[in-house]
Design a protein around this ligand. Sequence first.
Ligand code: NAP
Length: 369
Amino acid sequence: MERRKVGILGATGMVGQRFIQLLNNHPWFEITWLAASDRSAGKAYAEACKWKLDTPLPANIGAMTVQPNVPELAKDDLPKIIFAALDAEHARELEPKFAAAGCAVISNSSAFRMVEDVPLVVPEVNAGHLDLLEAQAWRKNSGGYIVTNPNCSAIGLVLALKPLEERFGIESLFVSTMQAVSGAGYPGVASLDILGNVVPFIKNEEEKMQEEVGKLLGRSRGNRIEMLDAKVSAHCNRVPVEDGHTECVSIKFRKKATREEILAAWSEFAPLRGQHLPSAPEHPVEFDSSVDRPQPRLDRMRGHGMASTVGRLRECPLLDWKFVVLSHNTIRGAAGAALLNAEVLARMGKLDKLGVPTGNAAQRQAVLA
Ligand code: NAP
């Protein structure tokens, strides 16, 4: 099968590097275009980027020239699939330009996650929400669109929550996170602030977790998502861990659940099985019965970094049950999540006619007006 050409916007950052690592030798996608800020444009990737991953930078990628962030300048070299790893401010400005140029923008940023017609998707949880993108003005007018994945803490959490919501219904949820430093990008948090320390504040993180969980577990109602009717309270903390976000969760269900029923819900959860997606983990939620797991150093690479590990399930004297969730923040929580979204979009045929407007003349006129 011929591989589809893809580009990475924000290719030099922490998430951009993960994209390069995960896309290296990917059976469906091939990197043909890399872009970052004006600071990096025109340089060889190896020179522009401080490579921070524990696998070598592929030589062919290191030799590629970082392109400007302007779709028009790329002309025919612009791939129609763009993985975007920009901070929210730049994403708000740049992602629409790529969607307007007919690209599928598969974004990690928070800029458009809560916009009504933009799907916020974790494929095992709510792949059906991808139909929302057919309502987007870009799709009608240019054949492009924007799809997003959630915040790195919300992803690990909703994987564990989805099978529980399906069987018991969630009434309320309390979650306290211990988030790795790589979640702040590079150079991120100053070493003097984080070594031997905990920082009990991550800007906008608690709000993002609370609202994104509601949208991810919400119901599709035509061209909008009805938010999950549950109370969610999040505390977010930065801790001196390199990779892997740990989350302590207490939960109240609408229907009583036993320990055995909760464990069965997690172990039977395999919504993508049979689709043969290269990045989908065999078991999206893995339960570890050891008293002291999950731990970031030991468990973040389960399912090639794409599984969410749960453990320490026990009764909660305040709500019903409590447990611990762990997931890799730059793989499952970012680049791997976007890649899995792209694989599902490919399976759905939504990467086939990019750049071909879906709207009729009247609809396109209305969009332009
Ligand atoms: P980062 O390490 O700070 O990287 C930012 C990237 O954006 C760099 O490649 C940078 O290029 C590029 N950039 C900055 N300004 C630009 C511009 N005007 N035009 C084009 N590119 C520009 O950040 P990150 O951790 O990779 O995060 C990227 C996004 O993913 C953020 O929205 C973040 O919230 C989200 N996210 C991150 C994680 C995580 O665990 N790190 C998880 C989930 C979601 P230069 O090198 O040229 O400056």
